[in-house]
Design a binder for this molecule. Structure first.
Ligand code: XMP
Length: 327
Protein backbone atom coordinates (compact mmCIF):
# COMPACT_ATOMS: atom_id res chain seq x y z
CA UNK A 1 0.00 0.00 0.00
CA UNK A 2 1.46 3.32 -1.01
CA UNK A 3 1.90 5.58 1.96
CA UNK A 4 2.46 8.71 -0.11
CA UNK A 5 -0.34 11.24 -0.37
CA UNK A 6 0.96 12.54 -3.69
CA UNK A 7 -0.21 11.10 -6.96
CA UNK A 8 2.90 10.24 -9.02
CA UNK A 9 3.15 12.26 -12.24
CA UNK A 10 3.35 9.05 -14.28
CA UNK A 11 0.33 7.36 -12.63
CA UNK A 12 -1.94 6.21 -15.41
CA UNK A 13 -5.45 7.71 -15.39
CA UNK A 14 -8.06 4.94 -15.08
CA UNK A 15 -10.21 5.55 -18.14
CA UNK A 16 -11.13 2.04 -19.32
CA UNK A 17 -12.61 -1.11 -17.76
CA UNK A 18 -9.31 -2.92 -18.41
CA UNK A 19 -7.35 -0.32 -16.43
CA UNK A 20 -9.92 -0.47 -13.63
CA UNK A 21 -9.54 -4.26 -13.55
CA UNK A 22 -5.76 -3.87 -13.35
CA UNK A 23 -6.11 -1.42 -10.44
CA UNK A 24 -8.44 -3.83 -8.62
CA UNK A 25 -6.02 -6.74 -8.98
CA UNK A 26 -3.04 -4.67 -7.82
CA UNK A 27 -4.96 -3.32 -4.84
CA UNK A 28 -6.14 -6.76 -3.79
CA UNK A 29 -2.52 -7.93 -3.67
CA UNK A 30 -1.43 -4.80 -1.77
CA UNK A 31 -4.32 -5.00 0.69
CA UNK A 32 -3.53 -8.65 1.43
CA UNK A 33 0.12 -7.77 2.00
CA UNK A 34 -0.78 -4.87 4.32
CA UNK A 35 -3.54 -6.55 6.32
CA UNK A 36 -2.32 -10.15 6.46
CA UNK A 37 -4.72 -12.15 8.62
CA UNK A 38 -5.74 -9.17 10.79
CA UNK A 39 -9.15 -7.52 11.03
CA UNK A 40 -10.11 -4.22 9.40
CA UNK A 41 -13.01 -1.90 10.23
CA UNK A 42 -14.89 0.35 7.79
CA UNK A 43 -17.67 2.90 8.21
CA UNK A 44 -19.84 2.07 5.22
CA UNK A 45 -22.26 4.89 4.35
CA UNK A 46 -23.32 3.46 1.00
CA UNK A 47 -21.83 6.41 -0.89
CA UNK A 48 -19.63 5.55 -3.84
CA UNK A 49 -16.28 5.97 -2.04
CA UNK A 50 -16.93 3.81 1.02
CA UNK A 51 -18.78 1.27 -1.16
CA UNK A 52 -15.79 0.87 -3.48
CA UNK A 53 -13.45 0.45 -0.51
CA UNK A 54 -15.80 -2.16 0.98
CA UNK A 55 -16.00 -4.11 -2.28
CA UNK A 56 -12.19 -4.06 -2.67
CA UNK A 57 -11.67 -5.26 0.88
CA UNK A 58 -14.28 -8.00 0.57
CA UNK A 59 -12.37 -9.32 -2.44
CA UNK A 60 -9.03 -8.97 -0.67
CA UNK A 61 -9.70 -10.15 2.88
CA UNK A 62 -13.33 -11.36 2.95
CA UNK A 63 -14.57 -11.95 6.48
CA UNK A 64 -11.65 -10.10 8.07
CA UNK A 65 -13.47 -6.93 7.06
CA UNK A 66 -16.13 -5.60 9.42
CA UNK A 67 -18.38 -2.94 7.88
CA UNK A 68 -20.44 -0.70 10.15
CA UNK A 69 -23.42 1.01 8.56
CA UNK A 70 -24.92 3.70 10.78
CA UNK A 71 -28.48 4.61 9.86
CA UNK A 72 -28.87 8.08 11.37
CA UNK A 73 -32.36 8.54 9.96
CA UNK A 74 -31.19 11.20 7.52
CA UNK A 75 -30.50 8.89 4.58
CA UNK A 76 -32.51 8.87 1.36
CA UNK A 77 -35.39 6.49 0.88
CA UNK A 78 -34.17 2.95 0.20
CA UNK A 79 -30.48 3.62 0.94
CA UNK A 80 -30.00 1.62 4.15
CA UNK A 81 -31.91 -1.29 2.59
CA UNK A 82 -29.67 -1.16 -0.48
CA UNK A 83 -26.51 -1.27 1.65
CA UNK A 84 -27.77 -4.38 3.44
CA UNK A 85 -28.91 -6.02 0.20
CA UNK A 86 -25.71 -5.36 -1.77
CA UNK A 87 -23.12 -5.94 0.93
CA UNK A 88 -24.68 -8.48 3.29
CA UNK A 89 -26.99 -10.46 1.02
CA UNK A 90 -25.07 -10.37 -2.27
CA UNK A 91 -21.42 -9.85 -1.32
CA UNK A 92 -21.70 -11.73 2.00
CA UNK A 93 -19.85 -9.04 3.89
CA UNK A 94 -19.55 -9.01 7.62
CA UNK A 95 -21.91 -6.05 8.09
CA UNK A 96 -23.03 -4.49 11.35
CA UNK A 97 -26.19 -2.47 10.75
CA UNK A 98 -26.84 0.10 13.46
CA UNK A 99 -30.30 1.60 13.75
CA UNK A 100 -29.43 4.92 15.42
CA UNK A 101 -32.44 6.83 14.07
CA UNK A 102 -34.05 7.69 17.43
CA UNK A 103 -30.73 8.59 18.96
CA UNK A 104 -29.90 11.13 16.23
CA UNK A 105 -33.39 12.59 15.95
CA UNK A 106 -33.73 12.94 19.72
CA UNK A 107 -30.39 14.79 19.89
CA UNK A 108 -31.45 17.05 17.01
CA UNK A 109 -34.90 17.85 18.39
CA UNK A 110 -35.40 21.61 18.72
CA UNK A 111 -31.96 22.47 17.25
CA UNK A 112 -32.44 25.05 14.48
CA UNK A 113 -28.92 26.38 13.88
CA UNK A 114 -27.37 24.74 10.78
CA UNK A 115 -23.82 24.54 12.15
CA UNK A 116 -25.07 23.15 15.44
CA UNK A 117 -27.06 20.52 13.53
CA UNK A 118 -23.92 19.55 11.56
CA UNK A 119 -21.88 19.32 14.77
CA UNK A 120 -24.45 17.07 16.42
CA UNK A 121 -24.70 14.78 13.39
CA UNK A 122 -20.91 14.54 12.93
CA UNK A 123 -20.23 14.12 16.65
CA UNK A 124 -22.94 11.54 17.20
CA UNK A 125 -21.74 9.60 14.18
CA UNK A 126 -18.27 9.28 15.70
CA UNK A 127 -19.74 8.22 19.05
CA UNK A 128 -21.94 5.51 17.51
CA UNK A 129 -19.05 4.23 15.40
CA UNK A 130 -16.76 4.26 18.44
CA UNK A 131 -19.26 2.22 20.48
CA UNK A 132 -19.49 -0.37 17.73
CA UNK A 133 -15.68 -0.48 17.38
CA UNK A 134 -15.34 -1.18 21.12
CA UNK A 135 -17.66 -4.18 20.85
CA UNK A 136 -15.31 -5.80 18.34
CA UNK A 137 -12.18 -7.74 19.25
CA UNK A 138 -8.88 -7.73 17.46
CA UNK A 139 -9.36 -4.84 15.02
CA UNK A 140 -6.00 -3.51 13.85
CA UNK A 141 -6.86 -1.50 10.75
CA UNK A 142 -9.33 1.23 9.89
CA UNK A 143 -10.31 1.57 6.22
CA UNK A 144 -11.42 4.91 4.80
CA UNK A 145 -12.84 6.04 1.49
CA UNK A 146 -10.52 9.03 1.23
CA UNK A 147 -10.11 10.10 -2.41
CA UNK A 148 -7.56 12.40 -4.05
CA UNK A 149 -9.72 15.56 -4.04
CA UNK A 150 -10.12 15.12 -0.24
CA UNK A 151 -6.34 15.21 0.09
CA UNK A 152 -5.97 18.11 -2.33
CA UNK A 153 -8.70 20.15 -0.66
CA UNK A 154 -7.81 19.77 2.95
CA UNK A 155 -4.77 17.59 3.37
CA UNK A 156 -7.03 15.91 5.86
CA UNK A 157 -9.41 13.03 6.19
CA UNK A 158 -13.04 13.05 5.05
CA UNK A 159 -15.12 15.62 6.78
CA UNK A 160 -18.49 14.26 7.69
CA UNK A 161 -18.07 10.56 7.98
CA UNK A 162 -14.79 11.45 9.47
CA UNK A 163 -13.65 8.89 11.97
CA UNK A 164 -10.32 10.61 12.49
CA UNK A 165 -11.67 11.90 15.79
CA UNK A 166 -11.54 8.50 17.47
CA UNK A 167 -9.88 8.31 20.90
CA UNK A 168 -6.30 7.06 21.33
CA UNK A 169 -7.18 3.43 22.11
CA UNK A 170 -9.13 3.23 18.86
CA UNK A 171 -6.48 4.75 16.61
CA UNK A 172 -5.94 1.96 14.14
CA UNK A 173 -3.54 1.85 11.21
CA UNK A 174 -5.25 3.43 8.19
CA UNK A 175 -6.10 1.56 5.00
CA UNK A 176 -6.93 3.96 2.17
CA UNK A 177 -6.88 2.06 -1.12
CA UNK A 178 -8.47 4.77 -3.30
CA UNK A 179 -6.74 7.84 -1.86
CA UNK A 180 -4.91 8.63 -5.11
CA UNK A 181 -7.99 8.33 -7.33
CA UNK A 182 -10.23 11.01 -8.78
CA UNK A 183 -14.00 10.55 -8.61
CA UNK A 184 -14.41 9.34 -12.20
CA UNK A 185 -11.73 6.72 -11.55
CA UNK A 186 -13.46 5.59 -8.36
CA UNK A 187 -16.65 5.09 -10.40
CA UNK A 188 -14.73 3.07 -13.02
CA UNK A 189 -13.31 0.86 -10.27
CA UNK A 190 -16.80 0.50 -8.73
CA UNK A 191 -18.11 -0.79 -12.06
CA UNK A 192 -15.18 -3.23 -12.34
CA UNK A 193 -16.04 -4.50 -8.85
CA UNK A 194 -19.62 -5.20 -9.94
CA UNK A 195 -21.36 -2.60 -7.78
CA UNK A 196 -24.82 -1.58 -9.04
CA UNK A 197 -25.05 1.54 -11.24
CA UNK A 198 -27.35 3.19 -8.71
CA UNK A 199 -24.47 3.10 -6.23
CA UNK A 200 -21.60 3.83 -8.63
CA UNK A 201 -23.18 6.82 -10.39
CA UNK A 202 -24.85 8.24 -7.31
CA UNK A 203 -24.99 12.04 -7.07
CA UNK A 204 -23.09 13.69 -4.22
CA UNK A 205 -24.88 13.46 -0.89
CA UNK A 206 -23.78 15.56 2.09
CA UNK A 207 -22.67 13.86 5.30
CA UNK A 208 -25.52 15.49 7.31
CA UNK A 209 -27.86 14.02 4.70
CA UNK A 210 -31.48 15.08 4.57
CA UNK A 211 -30.88 16.94 7.84
CA UNK A 212 -29.77 20.09 5.96
CA UNK A 213 -32.78 19.83 3.64
CA UNK A 214 -35.28 19.83 6.49
CA UNK A 215 -34.39 23.40 7.41
CA UNK A 216 -34.43 24.69 10.96
CA UNK A 217 -35.34 22.29 13.75
CA UNK A 218 -35.93 18.82 12.27
CA UNK A 219 -39.28 17.19 12.96
CA UNK A 220 -40.03 13.60 12.00
CA UNK A 221 -43.07 14.44 9.89
CA UNK A 222 -41.28 17.13 7.89
CA UNK A 223 -38.25 14.87 7.49
CA UNK A 224 -40.52 12.23 5.96
CA UNK A 225 -41.84 14.90 3.56
CA UNK A 226 -38.23 15.58 2.48
CA UNK A 227 -37.51 11.85 2.06
CA UNK A 228 -40.70 11.09 0.11
CA UNK A 229 -40.46 14.13 -2.18
CA UNK A 230 -36.77 13.38 -2.85
CA UNK A 231 -37.68 9.81 -3.83
CA UNK A 232 -40.33 11.08 -6.28
CA UNK A 233 -37.89 13.59 -7.78
CA UNK A 234 -35.19 10.92 -8.22
CA UNK A 235 -37.66 8.50 -9.77
CA UNK A 236 -38.89 11.10 -12.27
CA UNK A 237 -35.38 12.28 -13.16
CA UNK A 238 -34.36 8.66 -13.79
CA UNK A 239 -37.44 7.98 -15.93
CA UNK A 240 -36.80 11.11 -17.99
CA UNK A 241 -33.11 10.55 -18.73
CA UNK A 242 -31.82 13.18 -16.29
CA UNK A 243 -30.12 10.77 -13.88
CA UNK A 244 -26.36 10.96 -14.39
CA UNK A 245 -26.84 14.09 -16.52
CA UNK A 246 -27.76 16.59 -13.82
CA UNK A 247 -25.02 16.94 -11.22
CA UNK A 248 -27.18 17.20 -8.08
CA UNK A 249 -30.93 17.36 -7.51
CA UNK A 250 -32.99 17.13 -4.38
CA UNK A 251 -35.87 18.63 -2.46
CA UNK A 252 -36.03 20.89 0.56
CA UNK A 253 -38.92 21.27 2.97
CA UNK A 254 -38.53 24.57 4.84
CA UNK A 255 -39.91 25.15 8.30
CA UNK A 256 -42.79 27.38 7.31
CA UNK A 257 -46.32 26.84 5.99
CA UNK A 258 -48.65 28.62 3.63
CA UNK A 259 -52.35 28.46 2.92
CA UNK A 260 -53.86 26.29 0.24
CA UNK A 261 -57.06 24.44 -0.64
CA UNK A 262 -57.37 20.68 -0.55
CA UNK A 263 -60.62 18.74 -0.97
CA UNK A 264 -62.57 22.02 -0.82
CA UNK A 265 -61.05 22.86 2.53
CA UNK A 266 -58.49 25.42 3.54
CA UNK A 267 -55.10 23.85 4.17
CA UNK A 268 -52.08 25.14 6.10
CA UNK A 269 -49.13 23.09 4.93
CA UNK A 270 -45.43 23.09 3.88
CA UNK A 271 -44.04 23.84 0.45
CA UNK A 272 -41.55 21.49 -1.22
CA UNK A 273 -38.68 23.24 -3.01
CA UNK A 274 -37.03 21.42 -5.91
CA UNK A 275 -33.37 22.20 -6.63
CA UNK A 276 -31.40 20.82 -9.60
CA UNK A 277 -27.93 22.16 -10.38
CA UNK A 278 -24.91 21.57 -12.55
CA UNK A 279 -21.34 22.34 -11.57
CA UNK A 280 -17.77 21.21 -12.09
CA UNK A 281 -16.39 21.73 -8.63
CA UNK A 282 -19.37 22.79 -6.45
CA UNK A 283 -17.80 26.26 -5.99
CA UNK A 284 -20.20 27.77 -8.52
CA UNK A 285 -23.32 26.19 -10.00
CA UNK A 286 -25.93 26.80 -12.67
CA UNK A 287 -29.56 25.77 -12.52
CA UNK A 288 -30.80 22.87 -14.68
CA UNK A 289 -33.28 24.03 -17.29
CA UNK A 290 -35.85 21.41 -16.36
CA UNK A 291 -38.69 20.92 -18.92
CA UNK A 292 -41.81 22.69 -17.70
CA UNK A 293 -44.09 19.71 -18.33
CA UNK A 294 -41.85 17.49 -16.26
CA UNK A 295 -41.91 20.05 -13.45
CA UNK A 296 -45.72 20.09 -13.61
CA UNK A 297 -45.81 16.29 -13.45
CA UNK A 298 -43.41 16.22 -10.48
CA UNK A 299 -45.52 18.91 -8.77
CA UNK A 300 -48.71 16.89 -9.25
CA UNK A 301 -47.09 13.75 -7.84
CA UNK A 302 -45.58 15.46 -4.81
CA UNK A 303 -48.85 17.16 -3.92
CA UNK A 304 -50.82 13.95 -4.32
CA UNK A 305 -48.36 11.61 -2.61
CA UNK A 306 -46.56 13.53 0.13
CA UNK A 307 -48.58 14.21 3.28
CA UNK A 308 -48.46 17.73 4.68
CA UNK A 309 -47.52 19.50 1.44
CA UNK A 310 -49.65 21.93 -0.59
CA UNK A 311 -47.17 23.71 -2.89
CA UNK A 312 -44.12 22.92 -5.02
CA UNK A 313 -41.53 25.55 -6.00
CA UNK A 314 -38.47 25.43 -8.27
CA UNK A 315 -35.30 27.13 -7.05
CA UNK A 316 -33.97 29.21 -9.99
CA UNK A 317 -30.96 30.56 -8.10
CA UNK A 318 -27.42 29.93 -9.35
CA UNK A 319 -24.44 29.73 -6.97
CA UNK A 320 -23.61 32.47 -6.21
CA UNK A 321 -25.82 33.80 -4.75
CA UNK A 322 -27.49 30.67 -3.45
CA UNK A 323 -25.39 27.82 -2.08
CA UNK A 324 -26.34 24.42 -3.46
CA UNK A 325 -27.82 23.26 -0.14
CA UNK A 326 -30.23 25.49 1.74
CA UNK A 327 -28.35 25.26 5.03
P1 XMP B 1 -22.98 24.23 -0.89
O1 XMP B 1 -24.30 24.11 -0.23
O2 XMP B 1 -21.90 24.71 0.04
O3 XMP B 1 -22.58 22.73 -1.28
O4 XMP B 1 -23.01 25.02 -2.18
C1 XMP B 1 -21.52 22.36 -2.12
C2 XMP B 1 -21.48 20.84 -2.15
O5 XMP B 1 -21.11 20.34 -0.87
C3 XMP B 1 -22.14 19.52 -0.35
N1 XMP B 1 -22.27 19.84 1.09
C4 XMP B 1 -21.80 19.05 2.07
N2 XMP B 1 -21.18 17.86 2.03
N3 XMP B 1 -21.11 17.87 4.36
C5 XMP B 1 -20.83 17.28 3.18
O6 XMP B 1 -20.28 16.17 3.19
C6 XMP B 1 -21.73 19.07 4.50
O7 XMP B 1 -21.98 19.57 5.59
C7 XMP B 1 -22.09 19.68 3.27
N4 XMP B 1 -22.71 20.85 2.98
C8 XMP B 1 -22.82 20.91 1.63
C9 XMP B 1 -23.39 19.86 -1.13
O8 XMP B 1 -24.33 18.78 -1.16
C10 XMP B 1 -22.82 20.18 -2.48
O9 XMP B 1 -22.58 19.02 -3.24
Amino acid sequence: MTSSNVRPADMERITTPALAEKFVNEQIAELRAQIGNKKVLLALSGGVDSSVVAALLIKAVGQQLVCVHVNHGLLRKGEPEQVVKVFRDEMHANLVYVDAIDRFLDKLAGVADPEQKRKIIGGEFIRVFEEEARKLDGIEFLAQGTIYPDILESGAVKSHHNVGGLPEDLKFELVEPIKLLFKDEVRMVGKALGLPDGMVFRQPFPGPGLGVRCTGAITRDRLEAVRESDAILREEFAKNGLEGKVWQYFTIVPDFKSTGVKNDKRSWEWPVIVRAVNTRDAMTATVENIPYELMQHITARIIAEVPGVNRVLYDCTPKPTGTIEWE
